[in-house]
Design a binder for this molecule. Sequence first.
Ligand code: C5P
Length: 409
Amino acid sequence: MTKHNQILKDKHILVGIGGGIAAYKVCEVISTLFKSQAQVKVILTQAAREFITPLTVATLSRHRAYVDEDFWESKHQKPLHIALGEWADVFLLAPLTANTLGKLAMGLADNLLTNTVLASTCPILVAPAMNTDMWQQLSVQRNWQYLWEDKRYHSVGPGSGLLACDRVGKGRMAEPDEILVNLQSLLYSGGKRDLLGKKVLISGGGTREHMDPVRFIGNPSTGKMGIGLAQAAKYRGANVTFIQACIAPELLTSIGNIQIISVVSAQQMQSAMLENFAEADLIIMSAAVGDFKPATYTEKKLPKSSIPSVFPLESTPDIVAELSRVKQPHQYLIGFAAQTGDLLTPAKEKLQRKGLDAILANPVDQPMAGFGSDTNRAILLDKNGREQKIETCSKLELAHHLLDFVLSI
Ligand code: C5P
């Protein structure tokens, strides 16, 4: 996630770091934000400085770090907490400790970070991190609930896992990737949950058709577009099921907690899609599905000498075309068109031939778009003749544009 991130570019992101061991992970968030051309300013609480130094965050953000001593200095034109509060487009509090959570819930302000919270009006994303027993304390849970009375607050995590205190349980700060996805979605959508109560079925990745256990017909899809769609739909409140074909496991971890069904072949993807189709309100078929498979499959690896120079192929099922045949009126079906050359004509033809409600056509023969790229660009079309061009942006942003396109009708 670097250049051409239109959501983060030039945005003013204020990061408030609390005193928890997860502070070291926030350094990665700051570094990525800077590389994405965001403006980043960081406030450290006194306790945060026990874990990381002002020099660390100043170096990563290319901006001086703010600490409590600065709060009491008189050389600012405006009081520092006011100036920082007015500057921020969004405020990330990570790790949010039990102590700072308690202060925020009660409206207390006894350091630069909490004063800046009260002196700002931008949305706040909090990423709590603490030991499981601390997290489960009645007082902490009460404070956590209080926070939601204020619509400024949005949260990511905490997750479960091995904690720094050697306990396994809830209290682990969300991973940097998940924080970044939530931060971008918050900046893009203002935190709206317009898919709340909706079931969204998404396919992503690229299918493989094996001729033996080690040889297959495949395609270069990495699944990044499907992951962006799953992240955006989940953020907007949907209950997401993601059918993934051959996506690298380390990419899948950035989706967070949703139902993932893993398949390899077009046939398996067809079964998984059909099994989950009836319940879905919105279906997005972004997977690159192979059109052909070897006519035969051998259980054991074929010796090189017995592979024929010409071998027969069979067609795979056209999944999205079949889904459109069984689709109910309340269901909305979106397909993808990965094109070389002209985008519009073949996309219009596929929209009609496959009976889709909408299609996203993206180029796969140009830089910064298509397979494997972190960015993409597209033309969105629907069956009513609407057409929208989306310039190069991150795949997460394109996913949000597609959801806006669909939800605006
Ligand atoms: O015809 P083409 O493969 O370009 O169509 C792309 C769209 O059709 C995508 O939405 C893709 O997921 C879907 N598709 C499918 N089953 C296939 C081939 C493509 O559902 N066998």
